[in-house]
Design a protein around this ligand. Structure first.
Ligand SMILES: [Mg+2]
Length: 371
């Protein structure tokens, strides 16, 4: 079953105002992304999503559409949908970087392949190694301490057992915010922080030492993405486990982070890593060094959210029970683009079990949201 056509469109999906994420990267107010539809000679179709954000990977919805239409789609045309390694290599040969755009094509190939085989994507990845109900954490914007604390309490009441607080702005304000959240959620909820690279090494060490009584599960990307040595320094100087996120996009990045002993945990997800199979490969590489992985996010819609679920269910070294994943993108959006949204309920994501990704696009809604 071979690829015969790939078409793209861009959508602008509003983020719920009360959930807009404020972090050291600024405020995320809308999701402008590129969707793609892959057709095959068997009449089976697949869908993919390039969850682009210029502040994250430098990719934009317009750029992703252009590079898919003009370069990546021609590079994979005619290829069997099951030839994932061949498609990834062909795309890398014609364009460097652009992981979210490449991931959209791989996602659609796996979707179509799964539908043809009557198997969910996690079966194509080697089979389920955990339950399809996946605990998820909730991400809280860096707002005034009392506001973030109230938001945290609401999410805990909803069922989340882990919350993540955005930090990385002013270290003193960061400490006050995280302290207020711990007071609001009590001692039993797992508490994590994500600086999105906003701290210096000295800020990170100071802030994380101040937060020591707050019993953090992990600190995510304390220093800027290029600074693996800084990550390693923070890791040596504080006793909070350090997670690398922005610092690891590719397998090469992961290898460097492991070599420099820059992290205790690696955040992986399909868009950032350039494909579901590449996230899995990073997790397998990390397993050899005894470093666990967790699922991160760029506020995906349903196809991307489903892709993260399938990855998690099929990957042993994604320690989803200890490090609850950021499978939460659809909670933030005011509108779903599928007829059967991925169920995110009471702090748990339910991985679809139907063939392919297990989501059916609502093309009427897509058309309404089209840019
Ligand atoms: Mg992060």
């Amino acid at each position: 079953m071979n690829i015969t056509r790939i078409t793209t469109c861009m959508v602008d999906v509003p983020i719920l105002r009360e959930l807009m994420i404020t972090s050291s990267l600024g405020t995320h107010t809308a999701t402008k992304i590129t969707l793609l539809r892959l057709e095959t000679d068997a009449g089976i179709t697949g869908v993919g999503e390039a969850t682009v954000a210029p502040k994250w990977s430098g990719e934009t919805a317009w750029g992703a559409r252009e590079i898919i239409d003009r370069y990546l789609a021609p590079a994979v045309m005619g290829r069997a949908v099951s030839d994932i390694p061949g498609a990834l290599a062909a795309m890398d040969q014609i364009a460097v970087l652009n992981p979210f755009a490449k991931s959209a094509i791989e996602m659609a190939m796996l979707d179509a392949w799964g539908k043809a085989e009557g198997k969910p994507v996690y079966d194509l990845l080697g089979g389920a190694v955990r339950d399809t109900a996946i605990p998820i954490r909730f991400s809280l914007a860096a707002l005034a301490p009392e506001v973030t604390a109230a938001n945290a309490a609401r999410r805990v009441a909803w069922g989340h057992r882990t919350v993540k607080v955005k930090v990385g702005l002013d270290p003193h304000a960061d400490v006050a915010r995280v302290r207020a959240v711990r007071e609001a959620i009590g001692p039993d909820i797992r508490l994590t922080v994500d600086a999105n690279g906003g701290w210096s090494v000295e800020d990170a060490v100071w802030a994380l030492q101040e937060m020591r009584p707050l019993n953090l599960l992990l600190a995510e990307q304390p220093v800027r993405r290029e600074d693996l040595d800084g990550m390693a320094a923070v890791r040596r100087r504080v006793d909070v486990p350090v997670m690398v996120d922005e610092g690891v996009f590719t397998l090469w990045d992961a290898e460097q982070a492991l070599k420099k002993e820059a992290c205790d945990i690696i955040s992986v997800y399909p868009g950032k890593n350039g494909g579901i199979t590449l996230s899995k490969a990073i997790a397998e590489m990390a397993a050899e060094k005894g470093v666990a992985c967790a699922v991160g996010s760029n506020l995906e819609l349903d196809p991307g959210t489903a892709a993260m679920c399938h990855l998690t269910v099929a990957t042993a070294n994604i320690d989803a029970d200890r490090y609850h994943g950021d499978i939460l993108g659809t909670l933030y959006h005011a509108q779903s683009i599928v007829k059967n949204p991925v169920r995110l309920e009471a702090g748990v994501a339910h991985c679809p079990t139907t063939p392919g990704l297990g989501v059916e696009m609502d093309w009427d809604v897509v058309e309404r949201l089209a840019i």
